[in-house]
Design a protein around this ligand. Structure first.
Ligand SMILES: *[C@@H]1O[C@H](CO)[C@@H](O)[C@H](O)[C@H]1NC(C)=O
Ligand SMILES: *[C@@H]1O[C@H](CO)[C@@H](O)[C@H](O)[C@H]1NC(C)=O
Length: 434
């Protein structure tokens, strides 16, 4: 008689603790949603524009469908259900290895990347204006708050990779005018500017020291001046270290994890985390933790807790005021359990709450930390615009400048006024004499 009674008692206890755990989980989720309703969750990497480009021959024709069920991880109803406060929409074009282009050792072979990047920006602008009840363009932290308070999803622009810049700082400055808020120094390929950690496996070295080129050094200075965040996701450790040392403004990783937890080249190693902070020789910055299982842990088997492990690991190294959230939705072919699409954002917030994060720490991780960095980057930009002119640097391997190939029509096949023609011809003579 005694045994069954004891078992019954234990069963009752077990039932009690299951119910209690469920109540706790509900409570964390409720608290998460409440926090997300008072502070915007800013996701720094969503590849939705590329999905539109992948599905439609005339991409603008696909935009009307974003307010209903849309393929992939993200559409407006799901972002609303997931209480997303703001997103950085990604301007990107596939690297050379994917498109089959060969940039050549000097990165001079023409590609369609710059056109494609401009078309991505056009898609983003049209998406925002077509869905102006749900989306509102934002660049600054003030813009983010204005959008959030108006009940809209703040829509910012991030640019991923420098292979899409046509090797040109002039192109970068025009992208700055168009509102690009961060630039990832590489995607999975090297560029004329910087060295990439590759698509998961290293790629043959392109620049001395496997870091920035001379033009890449100018690029970082120019990003600081333009107020575009320097994003070190996808880069080599050497690129990270050189850019951190050079940058006059804080740096960011818009979608990455901790290498000590999962040894993948896309994750930030401890030796680099050690350079982030407010101590001597350190620079301020944030690491926005990614959901992509390949960078998180074993697959299958990784879930929202593993993503939180990365956030907590990075927070332990550089502070809870230097972490954030970046899904990589629509840019990955796998998802972790519990973060399958844009409806699931509250799960990661609830997970951090269950680990004892305070409301204020959560507000930081949602977007407060990143917005502090955005403000600091804007302050550096305002100062530098007073201190120096835009960089006149060009990619040193270019052979098209000065631009003397006018061709067609005019007297002697040129349109130059006579004194210009004389000067150009003198230049040619100098060339010939070399
Ligand atoms: C979705 O957006 C399109 C384009 O703005 C609009 O015509 C349509 O009425 C919207 N549908 C819903 C359900 O809001
Ligand atoms: C995630 O998986 C681990 C086992 O790897 C488990 O202990 C944990 O409870 C899971 N987290 C959630 C939120 O389900």
């Amino acid at each position: 008689m005694r045994l069954p009674i004891l078992l019954g008692f234990q069963a009752a206890l077990a039932l009690f603790s299951v119910t209690e755990a469920r109540n706790d989980a509900d409570e964390f989720l409720e608290r998460a949603i409440k926090l997300m309703e008072d502070t915007p969750l800013l996701d720094t990497h969503i590849d939705l524009p590329q999905i539109v480009r992948s599905l439609y021959r005339k991409p603008l024709d696909g935009l009307a469908k974003l307010n209903s069920t849309f393929p992939g991880h993200v559409d407006i109803p799901r972002m609303r259900e997931g209480r997303l406060g703001g997103a950085f929409w990604t301007v990107w074009a596939p690297c050379y290895d994917v498109t089959g282009d060969d940039p050549g050792a000097d990165f001079l072979n023409p590609t369609d990347h710059l056109r494609d990047a401009l078309e991505m920006l056009d898609i983003i602008q049209n998406m925002i204006s077509l869905h102006s009840n749900d989306l509102q363009y934002a660049r600054s932290s003030d813009d983010v708050w204005a959008a959030f308070r108006a009940g809209k999803i703040a829509s910012l622009i991030g640019m991923e990779g420098t292979h899409i810049l046509g090797n040109s700082l002039g192109a970068l400055r025009i992208f700055a005018q168009l509102g690009v808020r961060y630039l990832t120094l590489t995607h999975t390929c090297h560029s004329a500017f910087a060295s990439s950690c590759g698509p998961g496996t290293p790629v043959p070295q392109a620049h001395e020291g496997n870091a920035l080129s001379e033009l890449g050094v100018e690029l970082v200075r120019e990003l600081n001046r333009e107020g575009i965040m320097v994003d070190l996701a996808h880069t080599t450790i050497e690129t990270m270290k050189q850019a951190i040392a050079l940058s006059e403004a804080p740096v960011v990783w818009t979608h990455a994890g901790a290498r000590a937890l999962w040894d993948h080249p896309r994750n930030v190693p401890d030796e680099v985390l050690a350079l982030i902070g407010d101590g001597p020789g350190q620079k301020d910055g944030v690491v926005q933790s990614i959901f992509f299982p390949t960078f998180i842990g074993p697959y299958p088997g990784s879930n929202v807790s593993h993503v939180a492990d990365h956030i907590e690991y990075i927070a332990a190294k550089i502070g809870k005021n230097r972490v954030g959230i970046a899904s990589d939705f629509d840019g990955m072919y796998l998802t972790v359990d519990g973060l399958e699409d844009a409806t699931k954002y509250p799960n990661i917030v609830a997970e951090l709450l269950s680990r004892g994060w305070t409301d204020d720490e959560i507000r930081g991780a949602l977007g407060g930390n990143l917005m502090r960095i955005m403000d600091a980057v804007d302050a550096v930009s305002a100062r530098l615009k007073k201190e120096r002119l835009p960089s006149s640097a060009i990619w040193e391997k270019r052979t098209d400048l000065p631009s003397t190939k006018w061709g067609g029509g005019g007297q002697h096949n040129v349109y130059w006024p006579p004194d210009v023609k004389a000067a150009v011809e003198k230049m040619y003579i100098r060339h010939d004499e070399l």
